[in-house]
Ligand binder design. Structure first.
Ligand code: PGA
Length: 243
């Protein structure tokens, strides 16, 4: 049986108090039959969560330690205390921009799960790896090394070259990658690996969402730019609900 779809928005370093109205519009327009979350900057999490009770608000990163002298970082229990229910770990903008290793990503996932947060773990290849024909082996190895011992809520396959560029892999390439990642999840978690949602991310738009959701083993999407407005995000959520 197909997994229920999850569509998560990643607002990255955008959003202020003025954005709460848009978050309310998004939450109000979510149809039944699909799970939706918005992952926001830490500054907005609690305000957003109070504005849309019952709607899932998430964070975009977390520190792996429970507390301590880590200036500027936020711990998993602090995110939970701010009413976050999801957290993204291992986004390529963290792996590349902050030199996060697979080991650190796994430690973050473990910390997040320990605080009761649902983890969306990101993996994805560079353009060089895609062109060299080794995308599947590289992303599979990244997943194996980043997965925590307990099943994550979702894995997001995000080819780095597709993020914010308007380019997406062929549907065949997405299907091939998701099938490979599913087999890694089953190798890691047994039958529980079947119910980890496999999201595709990278330039998902209202115009391409339905065809992406039609690919086998695509259980939803992680959406950046197109998650910032109800006008763009809700058609993607509706496509997921209808698929
Ligand atoms: P994009 O970003 O949808 O703007 O390509 C996706 C992401 O970085 O999660």
């Amino acid at each position: 049986m197909a997994n229920r779809k999850l569509v998560a928005g990643n607002w990255k370093m955008h959003g202020t108090a003025e954005s709460i109205g848009e978050i309310v519009r998004i939450a109000a327009g979510v149809p039944t039959g699909v799970d939706v979350a918005l992952c926001l900057s830490a500054t907005l999490i609690e305000r957003a969560a109070r504005a849309v009770p019952g709607f899932a608000i998430g964070a975009q990163d977390v520190h792996s330690m429970e507390r301590g002298a880590f200036t500027g970082d936020v711990a998993a229990h602090q995110l939970h205390d701010a009413r976050a229910s999801f957290v993204i770990v291992g986004h390529s903008e963290r792996r590349d921009g902050h030199r996060e290793s697979d080991t650190q990503v796994r430690a973050k996932a473990v910390a997040a799960q320990g605080a009761g947060l649902k983890v969306i773990l990101c993996v994805g290849e560079s353009l060089e790896a895609r062109e060299a024909g080794c995308a599947i082996s590289i992303v599979s190895a990244q997943l194996d090394a980043s997965l925590p011992p307990s099943p994550v809520e979702a894995v997001a396959y995000e080819p780095i070259w597709a993020i914010g560029t308007g380019r997406i892999p062929s549907l065949e390439d997405i299907g091939e990658m998701h099938a490979a990642l599913r087999s890694r999840l089953i190798a890691a978690y047994g039958a529980a690996g079947n119910v980890v949602r496999l999201l595709y991310g990278g330039s998902v738009k209202p115009s391409n969402a339905a065809e992406i959701f039609g690919v086998a083993d695509v259980d939803g999407a992680l959406v950046g730019g197109a998650s910032m407005t109800a006008a763009d995000f809700l058609p993607i959520v509706e496509a997921a609900a209808e698929s």
